[in-house]
Write a protein that binds this ligand. Structure first.
Ligand code: F6P
Length: 327
């Protein structure tokens, strides 16, 4: 039998993602619904180490479901990577009687949480919040849908100007080592080519694809470049293409951190709401050191080893479809 939980702490860590607020709201309200007290920890593991912790109630998380960013703020914390840092964090939680922890973030967040659990055996659970969608064990991570929609909106706008000037645009998108945002925004935005880390497209192959489009009367082209791609960043790729084919009027747009902001889509709000509730219910059911996920409409709780063994693979279908349609 697992020990009764009385006080839950919640934090957001790593890169922020739209929908994190909806997840915080869900954790807070579900905790109260199940008659526990709940505490918000500011600035992720940094705030945990520095005891930047406040009690929250149902009203503290009112009017945030629609807001981007995270009201608890976020950070990447080196001190939590050390045993001493994690000990301070544990002492702070202990002093406040907090006996379980929910961390919302990506693989770095789960890695920290796992190390903390191994040393202190406090019940912990991770909610996947990252625009990268790079975690296995869930079909979608919180923030990915919103970020991809933001990219598609930007791509549509760039298409207007590309078309007006017969230009070739290279649009760099986030995703770290994952091509998820790139492949799906590329399909949705009608890109001529999509450069992702999961695939090796050489500059020659890219130029051949662009030339083929040119021969079939394509007047402008958009190339989506994932930031972790193998042929370099968008600037380097644009330069390499220009060197081989100076007849292209090339331009580069790096979308950058605007992909992380904005009001979450309905999809991210619902996903975050479900995951927040499932995280609390998972803790109450005795789950610990796991990441909550939703796969094929089913709630799953995967342990650290399962999640960290590989990244979330892009379906080969998406890659195939993008190639058929970009002729
Ligand atoms: O992991 C989310 C992410 O936005 C990545 O797509 C990107 O590589 C990274 O974070 C950027 O991190 P920072 O906010 O520290 O610049």
């Amino acid at each position: 039998m697992s020990k009764k939980i009385n006080r839950i702490g919640v934090l957001t860590s790593g890169g922020d993602a739209p929908g994190m607020n909806a997840a915080i709201r869900a954790v807070v309200r579900a905790s109260i619904y199940y008659e526990m007290e709940v505490f918000g920890i500011y600035r992720g593991y940094e705030g945990l180490i520095e005891d930047d912790i406040v009690a929250l109630d149902a009203r503290s998380v009112g009017n945030i479901i629609q807001r981007g960013g995270t009201i608890l703020k976020s950070a990447r914390c080196d001190e939590f990577k050390t045993t001493a840092g994690r000990q301070k964090a544990f002492d702070n939680l202990n002093a406040r009687g907090i006996d379980a922890l929910v961390a919302i973030g990506g693989d770095g967040t789960f890695t920290g949480l796992h190390a903390f659990y191994q040393e202190h055996e406090m019940p912990v659970i991770c909610i996947p919040g990252t625009i990268d969608n790079d975690l296995p064990g869930t079909d979608y991570t919180i923030g990915y849908d919103t970020a991809t929609n933001t990219v598609v909106d930007a791509v549509d706008k760039i298409r207007d100007t590309a078309l007006s000037h017969n230009r070739l645009f290279f649009i760099e998108v986030m995703g770290r080592d994952s091509g998820y945002i790139a492949i799906n925004s590329g399909i949705a935005g009608g890109a001529t080519a999509i450069m992702i880390p999961e695939e090796n497209m050489t500059i020659d192959e890219l130029v051949a694809r662009l030339d083929k489009g040119g021969k079939s009367k394509k007047s402008s082209s958009l190339v989506i470049v994932a930031e972790g791609g193998r042929s370099g960043n968008a600037i380097q790729i644009a330069e390499a293409v220009h060197k081989k084919s100076p007849y292209y009027d090339t331009k580069v747009t790096i979308l950058g951190h605007l992909q992380r902001g904005g009001s979450p889509t309905y999809f991210d709000r619902v996903l975050a709401s479900k995951m927040g509730v499932y995280a609390v219910e998972g803790l109450l059911a005795g789950k610990t050191d796991v990441m909550v996920g939703i796969q094929h409409k089913t709630t799953v709780y995967n342990d650290f080893e399962t999640i960290m063994v590989k990244s979330n693979e892009i379906e080969s279908e998406a890659i195939r479809i993008s190639k058929i349609l970009s002729i």
